[in-house]
Design a protein around this ligand. Structure first.
Ligand code: NAD
Length: 472
């Protein structure tokens, strides 16, 4: 079978994935891929483990997940170093990512004993609802945040009583494999949480098409997400999609401009811009446009690109040569660059911080670049800011900077996106819901309702009518 992989490789399916350090271009290791036959066997093992897991007392399931969280906590540094090597993330960021896995496991464990149903008043009896696990859940993760995004699906799915088969991205399977080892050490039943490395069109497809996989949680490109949605229709699989974004950062003239400019670099340069929430469209009110850019320039230059293992590094390389080619394609030689950062010389998939003067409809202003590139678009008034912010098929995140509280709420309500921040760029917390409007996704992850996305509601009615015959 010939196919084109997510890495752009064509040809027969690979037998091994080559894991490359993006900061040095050196081969770290190779990882065997999971064949469709192995996927089938994994589903059978997962289904058996799920029955054992769902039958455990809720308090025991919660305790086991907390042990998994403790095991992750004891290996934060090791997991972070792995993430730095395979994904090029600065070590400080990678430590936060491993900590996010721990925190989400802990938070989800708290939900196990609170997964209550309802008692609904009806005539002639008692009506109860139960939150039943779905069974076997497939989580297909991307390479941009390999650990946290894998955990966003995995932790609540396990807490709700499901088994999880995790397919990490081709370039970044190492932290996922280590997490599966830690899960076993923590006492999760064998087969309950399995990591199946492989290529999207082969291993991923085998999971998506498998009749005994009840749900797919996918994070990645909108193009693949749409294809998966169609494939899931064949078996009416449940589906959560976290797709792309082209999020606005709206700076009003009444904002604290110094604060807004100081925060802006992190909002599109963090993770080298490989972030579905990246605020890659900076909308600035025309009357403060020039002043804002004066303040932004030194802040961009202060965001240091360098060796991800060094403590002072803010930004590492892009994940792969392919991703660098993609990013370059948005910035031709004659692109109207307002600000250009610097990157280390030599090997590594480096790309400098870049701020472009944009115009609505430009390819760089319209498409998700997934690199350290933002466009600046001026606006005249609030109506135009909202119109520009919504002028996209995406709707994941957004920020607005203003000192006017009424405007902050008005504009937050008017922007069609799932996650808005006022005078801040924070949009992801394990305890608050996360997900997209429009083509940015389907469903929500994280937050107090996360477990519900991994259950079916079962309704049971018990008649309380007296029996026609008296029992002896
Ligand atoms: P992708 O969508 O191709 O890959 C994401 C995951 O899906 C990987 O695990 C991949 O193996 C798997 N996959 C790919 N094709 C599949 C298929 N047919 N069936 C099942 N699984 C499949 O993303 P990518 O190529 O790694 O990145 C391309 C672009 O996607 C990026 O430049 C960016 O714009 C976007 N992206 C967005 C996010 C996000 O968090 N929203 C994450 C990664 C990539």
């Amino acid at each position: 079978m010939q196919h084109a992989t997510a890495q752009g490789r064509t040809g027969p399916p690979a037998e091994q994935l080559e894991i490359i350090n993006p900061a040095t271009e050196e081969l770290i290791t190779t990882v065997p891929v999971t064949t469709p036959q192995q996927v089938d066997a994994a589903v059978t093992r997962a289904a058996a483990a799920q029955r054992t897991w769902a039958a455990l007392a809720p308090a025991d399931r919660a305790r086991t997940l907390r042990r998994f969280a403790s095991a992750v906590d004891g290996h934060i540094e090791e997991l972070a170093v792995l993430e730095t090597r395979e994904a090029g993330h600065p070590l400080g960021n990678a430590c936060w990512e491993a900590g996010n896995v721990r925190d989400l496991l802990d938070y989800s464990a708290g939900g196990v004993e609170r997964l209550t149903g309802q008692q609904i008043p009806v005539a002639g009896g008692v009506n109860l609802t139960f939150a039943e696990p779905l069974g076997v859940v497939a989580v297909i993760a991307p390479w941009n945040f390999p650990m946290p995004v894998a955990a966003w699906g995995t932790a609540p799915a396990l807490a709700a009583g499901n088994a999880v088969l995790l397919k990490p991205a081709e370039t970044t399977p190492l932290t996922a494999l280590r997490l599966a080892e830690l899960a076993l050490e923590a006492g999760l039943p064998e087969g309950l949480f399995q990591v199946l490395p492989g290529e999207g069109p082969v291993t991923g497809t085998a999971l998506v098409e498998h009749p005994r996989v009840a749900k797919v949680v996918f994070t990645g490109s909108t193009a693949v997400g749409k294809r998966l949605m169609a494939q899931c229709a064949a078996t009416v699989k449940r589906l959560t999609l976290e797709l792309g974004g082209k999020s606005p950062n709206i700076v009003f003239a009444d904002a604290d401009l110094e604060r807004a400019a100081a925060a802006a670099p992190g909002s599109f340069l963090d993770n080298t811009g490989q972030d579905c929430c990246a605020r890659s469209r900076i909308l600035v009110q025309r009357s403060v446009h020039d002043r804002f850019l004066e303040l932004l320039e030194p802040a961009v230059h202060a965001f240091r690109a360098g060796n991800p293992a060094d403590a002072g590094t803010d930004m590492g390389p892009l994940v792969s040569a392919r991703q660098r080619e993609r990013v370059r394609s948005y910035v031709p030689e004659d692109a109207p660059a307002l600000i250009r950062g610097t990157v280390p010389e030599g090997p590594g998939f480096w790309y400098p911080a870049t701020v472009l003067a944009g115009a609505p409809g430009d390819r760089a202003a319209a498409e998700e670049i997934f690199g350290p590139v933002a466009v600046v678009l001026p606006f005249d008034d609030e109506d135009e800011a909202v119109r520009l912010a919504n002028d996209t098929d995406y709707g994941l995140s957004g920020s607005l900077w203003t000192r006017d509280g009424a405007r902050a709420l008005r504009v937050s309500r008017a922007v069609a996106a799932g996650n808005l921040s006022v005078n801040s760029h924070a949009s992801v917390r394990y305890s608050t819901p996360f997900g997209g409007y429009k083509q940015s996704g389907l469903g929500r992850e994280l937050g107090p309702d996360a477990l519900a996305a991994f259950t079916e509601t079962k309704n049971v009615f018990l008649s309380t009518e007296p029996s026609t015959r008296e029992s002896p």
